[in-house]
Design a protein around this ligand. Sequence first.
Ligand SMILES: Cc1cc2nc3c(=O)[nH]c(=O)nc-3n(C[C@H](O)[C@H](O)[C@H](O)COP(=O)(O)OP(=O)(O)OC[C@H]3O[C@@H](n4cnc5c(N)ncnc54)[C@H](O)[C@@H]3O)c2cc1C
Length: 409
Amino acid sequence: MKIAIIGAGAAGMTTAYLLNKQHEITIFEKQPILGGNIRTLNKNVTGVNLDSNLVLDNGVIEFQRDHFPNFHKLMKALNVKMVPGQTSSELFLSDGHCYKSGAGIIHHCEGLKERVAEMWKVLPILKGYLLFLLAAFRAKPEQLHNQPMSAYLNDEIHAVWLKMLLMYAYSMPYQKIADFPAEIAIPLLRHSSMFTKWDRVEGGVYSYIEKIVEQFDGTIHCEANIQTIVRTASGVVITMENGESLSFDKVVFAVTPEQVLKLLGDASDDEQRRFGAWQENQLETVIHTDISFYKHFGISYYSEFDVFQTDTHGHYGYNAYLNRLYGIDASKYPHYSLAYNLDKRINPDKIIHRQQHNTPLYSVAAIRYRHEVIANNGENHTYHAGAYLGEGLHEGAISSAFAISELLG
Ligand SMILES: Cc1cc2nc3c(=O)[nH]c(=O)nc-3n(C[C@H](O)[C@H](O)[C@H](O)COP(=O)(O)OP(=O)(O)OC[C@H]3O[C@@H](n4cnc5c(N)ncnc54)[C@H](O)[C@@H]3O)c2cc1C
C-alpha cells in the first residue's frame, strides 16, 4: 500500500520504520529537519557554537528504564546503546528555601551529618507526599477519567514540587497543571520516585532517528506545506500549497493533535468532536552554561530535575544539569544545562542555543475522546499516532506507532 505519514517526530519516524518493509511510505514534515521534539545539537541541529566532540539534547533527553518497554524494544532492534544516568531532583523556592529529593540526599550529601540535616528539612513535606502516593496507588483507572490534577494536588510544598515535575515532564506552564488530566499524570507520578531509573541514548537522542533514516527506503519531504487532506472512497488525496495533488491508500497523522482538523478538508462530526478541544502549547528551551543562579541557594551540586519558583507572581521553570547525564567532564568543558522559563536568571551571553517546541496542551477536555481516536484507527483510511495517545512521553509515541504497525501489517 501507499501510505502517507504526516509528521516526522518520534511517532511518525517509528511508524515509518515499522511499515517500511511492507509498504511504500512517504513522510511529510513541515520543519526543515526530522525529529520533532528530538533536537540533538551537532546531529539534527547543526551550526551551533558547541565543541564538535560533544552532543547535547535541547529537547527530549531521558527515558525511564523500567516503564518504557516498547521504547527499549525499539532501541534494541535498532542496536542503539542506552547509557544509565544517575538522576535526582531539587526544589528551589523564591523565598530561598531548597529541598533535596531522596536520591539527592543519598548521592549528593557529604557525610552523615549533612544527610541527616537534609532529611530533617524534607520531613514535613514527606507526610503530604506519602498521603498523595497512597491516594495515587488506590485510585482505580476509571476514577481518574475526567479528573484534573487539582483534585490530587493542592498548594502544600510536596504538591507544588510534584506540579513542577509535571511542568517539567510535559513542558507546560505551571499554571496549567491544575487542569492537567489525572489519567495521564497519576500513572507517571506513581512510578517517579527516588527508585526510578533513567537512561539516555548514547550519542544523543537523534542517533536512533539516524538509524531509522539509514534503513528507510521511502520518500521524505521536509518543509512540506500541506494545504489539505481529503479522503475518497478508495484512499486519500493530499494537496500541497503549490497545488500538487498526491494520492495514497492510507494516511497516518503523527502530528500534534491540534493540527489534525487544520489539515483535514473533510473532517467528520466524530473527528471534530475527537480533536476539537486540543490546543497548541508553544515553548522555548535553552542550552546554556550559566550556573550562577545556584549560588544564591549555596548549592554546588546540580541535579537533572531541578525545579525553580522564580518569584511569587506565578513564575516557575526548570534546569536540567547535563554534564553528569552526558558524561561531560566539567574540568575540561563548561557546565551545560537545559532550561525552561528561567530567562530572568540566565545570563543571555551564556545561552548557546534556543529551541522552539510545539507540544499538545494537555487538559481534561482535550483528552476526553482519546480512547475513541485509538479505537477508530483505520476508519476512513485514517490512522493517528503520537505521544498524546499514551502517557505523553516517548513510550506513548513509540507504543502508538507499534499499534498502527499491527493494524497495517
Ligand atoms: C523540551 C522537551 C523535552 C522533552 N523531554 C522528554 C524526555 O526527556 N523524555 C520523554 O520521554 N519525553 C520527553 N518529551 C516529550 C516528547 O514530546 C515526546 O517524548 C515525543 O518526542 C513526542 O513525539 P511525537 O512524535 O508524538 O510528537 P512531535 O515530536 O511533536 O512530532 C510531531 C511532528 O509533526 C510535525 N508537524 C506538525 N504539524 C505538521 C504539519 N501540518 N505538517 C507536517 N508536519 C507537521 C512537527 O513538526 C513534528 O516534527 C519532551 C518534550 C519537550 C518539548
